[in-house]
Design a protein around this ligand. Structure first.
Ligand SMILES: Cc1ncc(COP(=O)(O)O)c(C=O)c1O
Length: 461
């Protein structure tokens, strides 16, 4: 590199433009970011982050649903440093394992639903999802069901962006243009009562209709061809959609009836978010496999896990034994630094009784959120624990949406951001998932900013 070019970079006092020239951003409008520059984030403290101009923001989405202990937990820094000195890298191939990774597997066996006994590690939610899909296929081959391979997921589900994960993710921008979904992936309905109920349909009736339609789909596809049903306890990126009343109670027996594995994607819901350790507890789910990430390490290190039932594990182990190895795994899966940080995160959750804390603080969060349903722009406010959404509508009575070209959601976001609050707007759905350490005062501050932003935007419409 020419010396003068190097100097130019060192002297660049705004990274925003430089970034826009050279960085292809995930889940971003490439044209807009190239024109406007990126928001460069420089530091964090508590539930707040700071940009390169020194402006501070409440992180209402905990980054990407993951920084559950905020952005300045010193103990996690120390745990990473200790592990970096002790053993900075090792893998889990060929029957080896770093110390924290072995401990983490054992720890997860104690806190996850009883049905799970074995744990596999990867580096991201998407890798965990892809691994779970491959495990389902491998298991069915192991037990002599080579035809039973199709995977069912639901409209508005988000299961990551790898080729298989994005084939299950049923969000338009994650599939269109990518030639997805690939074969074997089947979609069923989204159990969002507010949006999809028929006129006069009670919530329980709606759930029964959702369950009937699932069963119809299974029968149409052929039960012997369906391997697994993947579901998030609460559909996160698709709009923080809570399952309708009784939905999972009706779904689970149908899966059992047709011998379909239930894979619960706890990537967002896991580790206290819903006011229980797992969304599976909130909704009484009995997973055959479970994917975890994000809150596992509070986002401080990239690590994810797949939990397997003993039965699924035994099938996989027998075929792996026969073939000479279970031929799947990642160089950095169960990385010792990530595992050490995850273990420390879990220790902090226990010491600070994070689940009880979420139970204590969440009525405040849910109360302030639900009050916004009365706002002139408010359609449905929904949530549980410390996760929730406000859906904006043009007409409360008919639930009519705003014309997307008005960009109402993004205008509210921009106004809130100007006043120091970040969250996520998925169209006109405003999504919140703050760090679990948020205080009552900070909840008030967050919703005060949001309320003012809604007023300002409503006044301009
Ligand atoms: C439920 C769920 N599953 C899977 C993923 C994919 O995780 P990652 O972005 O770490 O690949 C996400 C990410 O938000 C998620 O919310």
């Amino acid at each position: 590199m020419p010396e003068d070019r190097k100097l130019e970079i060192e002297q660049y006092n705004s990274l925003s433009r430089l970034d826009a020239q050279h960085h292809l951003h995930p889940n971003t409008n490439p044209i807009q970011v190239a024109e406007n520059g990126a928001m460069i984030v420089t530091s964090g403290e508590g539930i707040r982050v700071r940009d390169e101009d020194g402006k501070s923001y409440i992180e209402g989405l905990a980054g990407l649903w993951c920084a559950s202990l905020g952005f300045s937990e010193e103990r996690l820094v120390e745990a990473a440093e200790r592990q970096l000195r002790e053993l900075p890298y090792y893998h889990s191939f060929f029957g080896r394992a770093p110390v924290p990774t072995a401990k983490l597997a054992e720890f997860l066996s104690r806190i996850t639903p009883n049905s799970l006994t074995k744990f596999f590690f990867a580096c991201s939610g998407s890798e965990a999802i892809d691994s779970a899909i491959k495990m389902v296929w491998y298991y069915n081959n192991a037990i002599g069901r080579p035809q039973k391979k199709k995977i069912i997921s639901r409209l508005n589900s988000y299961h990551g962006v790898t080729v298989a994960g994005a084939s299950m993710t049923r969000i338009r921008i994650n599939q269109e243009g990518f030639d997805l979904p690939i074969e074997r992936f089947v979609q069923v309905d989204c159990p969002h009562y507010y949006r999809f109920a028929m006129d006069g349909e009670a919530e329980e009736e709606f759930s029964a209709r959702m369950a009937d339609r699932l069963e119809q789909t299974i029968l149409e596809e052929g039960p012997d061809t369906i391997a697994a049903f993947f579901a998030e306890p609460i559909q996160g990126a698709g709009g923080i959609i809570l399952p309708s009343k009784g939905y999972f109670d009706l779904i689970q027996p149908i899966l059992k009836k047709y011998d379909i594995l239930f894979v619960v994607d706890e990537v967002i819901c896991g580790f206290g978010r819903t006011g229980e350790m797992f969304g599976s507890e909130t909704y009484n789910l009995r997973p055959d496999l479970m994917t975890m990430a994000k809150g596992l390490s509070a986002g401080y290190q990239p690590i994810s896990a797949v939990g397997l039932s003993e039965e699924v594990y035994r099938g996989i182990a027998s075929l792996g034994g026969e073939k000479g190895a279970f031929g799947h795994g990642f160089t950095y899966g169960g990385h010792p630094v990530a595992a050490a940080v995850a273990l420390e995160t879990q220790k902090i959750y226990q010491e600070r009784k994070i689940v009880s804390y979420v139970q204590t603080i969440s009525p405040k969060f849910q109360g302030r959120l639900r009050a916004l349903q009365e706002h002139p722009l408010g359609g449905e406010a929904r949530g549980v624990g410390l996760i929730g959404a406000l859906e904006l509508v043009a007409n409360k009575a008919t639930k009519e949406r705003f014309d997307p070209s008005l960009g109402v959601g993004v205008k509210v976001f921009e106004e809130a951001k100007r006043n120091g609050l970040l969250f996520r707007n998925a169209g006109d759905q405003l999504l919140f998932c703050p760090p679990l350490i948020i205080t009552e005062d900070e909840i008030d501050e967050m919703f005060d900013i949001l309320g003012n932003a809604l007023d300002t935007v409503a006044g301009r419409l």
